[in-house]
Design a protein around this ligand. Sequence first.
Ligand code: HEM
Ligand code: HEM
Length: 204
Amino acid sequence: MNRILVWDLPVRLGHWTLAASFAVAWLTAESESWRNVHVAAGYVFAATIAFRLAWGLVGTRYARFSSFVRGPKAVFSYLGSLLTTRPQHWVGHNPAGGWAILGLLGLGLVTAMSGIAAYNDFGGELFEELHEGAASAALALVGVHLAGVLVGSLAHRENLLRAMFTGYKNGEPVAAIRRQAWIAAGLQAAWITLGAMYLKQVVG
Ligand code: HEM
Ligand code: HEM
């Protein structure tokens, strides 16, 4: 077993941007006087999700949706294996985590889009309700996500949290990705900054 690179830079930067912007948006949600900060955090969150969707198609091996989105059979087989002494091990996201990720990205998009509608007084209470509902559902799924990270870390005796910071895990050298994708990370930073500014200017 060696230390191998699994999560490229855009995956890690994107993840911690999602977590931070989601937290800021939650903490500022209730108060009118923090509305500008709330909306700005929401735009950063939305732009980060948009980049992640594209990176899921053209990114490095474990960033691609095709590497971690699996059917229900694989999900149940993985979850069942957690109850045995030899849980299945995946170098990237496991099949259950894969669906949690799609759920977080999907609910995140619905939250941001309904927030934009509510902010522009579009659709009356409908989008306000949808916005609050989607945000609460996303928070609940974040709870499931954190529980999954804990269970996965214990089952595989692997520090998944540290790996999301460093990018490295223990594994066979052939399983490693070969690049951090620095250029894509630069484009990502520019996309998120300019995207959030654009939304603020043009959408409101
Ligand atoms: C991470 C993304 C976001 C999260 C988690 C989030 C969460 C929330 C929550 C929980 C509320 C309800 C607060 C209450 O109890 O009254 C709220 C309200 C609101 N949010 Fe967001 N939000 C996000 C993004 C956005 C975006 C992108 C916009 C607009 C561009 C936005 C605009 C608003 C507005 C206008 C309200 C007040 C709605 C009302 O009058 O009831 N939010 N948000
Ligand atoms: C402090 C809170 C959080 C911690 C400690 C955390 C931790 C992690 C870890 C360890 C992984 C990798 C899981 C694996 O090895 O398969 C991960 C993945 C992920 N998490 Fe979180 N997370 C947090 C909050 C969030 C939030 C708030 C969101 C979104 C609303 C989120 C969305 C995601 C996504 C989309 C992935 C997949 C990463 C990718 O492939 O791009 N996380 N998280």
